[in-house]
Design a protein around this ligand. Structure first.
Ligand code: FES
Length: 621
């Protein structure tokens, strides 16, 4: 029977009548000395608005924004998001999020109370107490990257199977050698969860192999506004049992097993995470979410897994000119990696899972032409994170090797049990040392000679199809070879987004300008198939310069900025930087009615795009 779960109210801060009277007009930073929690109050005449001093992005602390002359906004110390506390809306990223407001109540003596209304947690509905687990009853086997194979009693569930081929065009390749029986493992799954649309989670090369054997395999995805399988028809992969489930509702698999998909607080349009519960024992997989479920997550779960690595963004390594020296870039990513590690360690400390497993960051830029990226785009070491976690808590950590299996029952009972973790057999290859580049590069290369590129009219058709204009920005697009030198006979053209024209020379008016060099095979493949520009940007297939170094950015109207795992880890505002190009075509690409290749399209798929002001890029310097 369903247990009724009620909303609760918590008093977070009490101000005495004197303290309330002392509040100044505008922004006030206050701390509850007992709890150590910080708050921001905005007073305007007789009205007071309040929120926690916690950034929606990754929980950073806000301070006074010295650039704000009106005295209404505060700036996050972590990645410079800005919040207008007079409206409780973020102004950077613009039009993006609202801050959760606290209820402000005046007591009889004119003191103030800050109250938080806590809605019930969805996973607390129909609660189950943990039951005894036999040894071997729940086993979690790591395959690669974000892919786990879970044995849950007599059921099997697999997360995010990327087990063959590249992701993001040809930019990402598997770091780990998956166990040789990976396909058998996928085939015998009772259900597969795919967290989001990025190709290191939704891997069509992998699904193609699986569909050849089990086209009816049940796949579960969240009901995101941007459908995970938006591109299924075009992919040619035949899957017949895709289930889209609502957020925050238990999906009962059998009497012992259920799962619940939750959305991300920063990218609810595309990112999800999952809680799996077997006989009352919870496994939480936050995957790539920046702020999974807005920061509300179950505590003390049996096992938690999350991303940790960073480095999954074209920023800043694909940028040059101006401040983007090698030294600046190296320092920037070092600082970002550290922030990400601290954030993850903090999250784990707060949630106190019994066991924590860092995963979903095991890719390598292994194609020889991406040597520069491979050498410079350093990622976090999972052991560093685990050490950080161990310093602050008694959470058990597990950094799995491919094919390693964790026996949950044994580990919960005794984390030192030598049979708690079964390592892959001696001599098992852990790291890949060769990748089958050719078939995938051939697919990309096939686009280079496609008929649609015989006539330059494709340029107008493509950009008109995207429909973005009325913005003062000029972009020079250059098709290049592997080394980002102009491709012989390739296109090199200007797009003026103010009137969506294609001038021969830069206009005489003042305008921000960007130069985007893209490898010809990838850009043409993306254009021809109406794919996301993530393949170019996250896949490191472009080089960018801009002038002047100011930040004018555009995103799709609905504020959808799909990001990769990394993009969520503090780089995601950066990801938007690319928006005036990278996301230019995304909205159109994602509409179900425009899934046919460009060559079949008429320019009627215009989409409304929104201009983001400079602030977005007053970034993580
Ligand atoms: S945590 Fe505030 S901007 Fe990232």
């Amino acid at each position: 029977m369903e247990q009724s779960i009620e909303q609760t109210t918590e008093v977070l801060l009490c101000l005495s009548p004197g303290e309330a009277a002392d509040l100044k007009e505008g922004i006030n930073f206050l701390r509850n000395k007992k709890t150590g929690k910080d708050f921001i109050l905005y007073k305007s005449k007789n009205r007071v608005r309040a929120c926690k001093n916690t950034c929606k992005h990754q929980g950073g602390l806000f301070i006074k924004d010295i650039e704000d002359l009106d005295g209404r906004s505060v700036r996050c110390t972590k990645h410079n998001w800005r919040l207008d506390v007079s409206t409780m809306k973020y102004v950077n990223p613009p039009g993006s999020f609202c801050q959760d407001e606290l209820v402000v109540e005046m007591d009889e003596e004119n003191g103030l109370l800050l109250l938080e209304l806590n809605p019930p947690n969805p996973w607390d509905s129909e609660p189950r107490s943990p039951e005894h687990l036999a040894f071997g009853e729940v086993q979690i086997t790591y395959l690669t990257h974000a892919c786990m194979d879970l044995k849950l009693g007599d059921k099997r569930m697999v997360f995010d199977p990327w087990l063959t081929g590249p992701a993001f065009a040809r930019g990402w390749w598997l770091l780990h050698e998956p166990p040789s029986d990976w396909l058998e493992r996928l085939c015998r799954a009772d259900l597969i969860y795919i967290s989001h649309m990025h190709s290191d989670h939704l891997s069509y090369p992998t699904l193609k192999e699986l569909a050849g054997r089990r086209p009816d395999i049940p796949i579960y995805v969240g009901n995101t506004e941007r459908p995970v399988f938006w591109n299924l028809n075009q992919s040619g992969v035949q899957l017949t049992n895709i289930n889209i489930v609502p957020f925050g509702i238990w999906q009962q698999v059998d009497k012992n097993l259920r799962f619940m998909i939750l959305m991300d607080g920063v990218h609810p349009e595309m990112d999800t995470c999952i809680i799996v519960e077997y006989k009352g024992h919870k496994i939480l997989n936050t995957v790539d979410c920046t702020r999974p479920n807005g920061g509300r997550l179950p505590e003390k779960v049996a096992l938690m897994m999350s991303d940790f690595a960073g480095g999954a963004s074209g920023f800043p390594m694909t940028f040059s000119g101006g401040k983007f020296t090698e030294e600046w870039k190296a320092q920037f990513i070092k600082a970002e990696r550290k922030k990400l590690l601290n954030y993850k360690a903090r999250l784990v400390k707060d949630l106190q899972p019994r066991i924590y497993c860092p995963f979903a960051g095991y890719f390598v830029e292994s194609h020889p032409s991406d040597k520069y990226i491979k050498e410079t785009n350093i990622k976090n070491d999972p052991n560093e994170l685990n050490n950080l976690i161990k310093k602050n808590s008694d959470v058990v950590t597990w950094t799995p090797r491919p094919g390693a299996t964790l026996d949950l029952s044994r580990m919960l009972k005794d984390p030192t049990d030598s049979k708690g973790i079964i390592e892959p057999p001696e001599g098992t290859k852990i790291y890949k040392d060769s990748w089958d580049f050719e078939p995938y590069l051939n697919i990309l290369n096939a686009a280079v000679g496609d008929d649609i590129f015989l006539h330059s009219s494709w340029i107008k058709e493509y950009f008109t199809w995207a429909g973005f204009k009325d913005y003062n920005l000029v972009v020079r697009m250059i098709e290049t070879d592997e080394d980002f030198s102009p491709f012989p006979g390739g296109y090199d053209y200007l797009v003026d987004f103010l009137d969506l024209s294609f001038p021969k020379e830069r206009p005489s008016r003042e305008h921000p300008y960007e130069e985007i060099r893209s490898r010809v095979d990838v850009i043409r493949h993306v254009v021809k198939n109406g794919l996301l520009w993530d393949d170019l940007y996250i896949g490191f297939q472009t080089r960018l310069q801009r002038s002047p170094d100011i930040y004018h950015h555009l995103v799709v109207s609905s504020g959808h900025v799909p990001t990769s795992g990394a993009a969520r880890s503090g780089e995601h505002t950066v990801h938007r930087l690319w928006a005036h190009s990278a996301h230019l075509f995304r909205e159109a690409s994602l509409s179900p009615q425009v899934l046919e290749p460009l060559s079949n399209k008429t320019p009627s798929h215009a989409t409304q795009l929104e201009v983001l002001p400079d602030a977005l890029w007053v970034e993580q310097t």
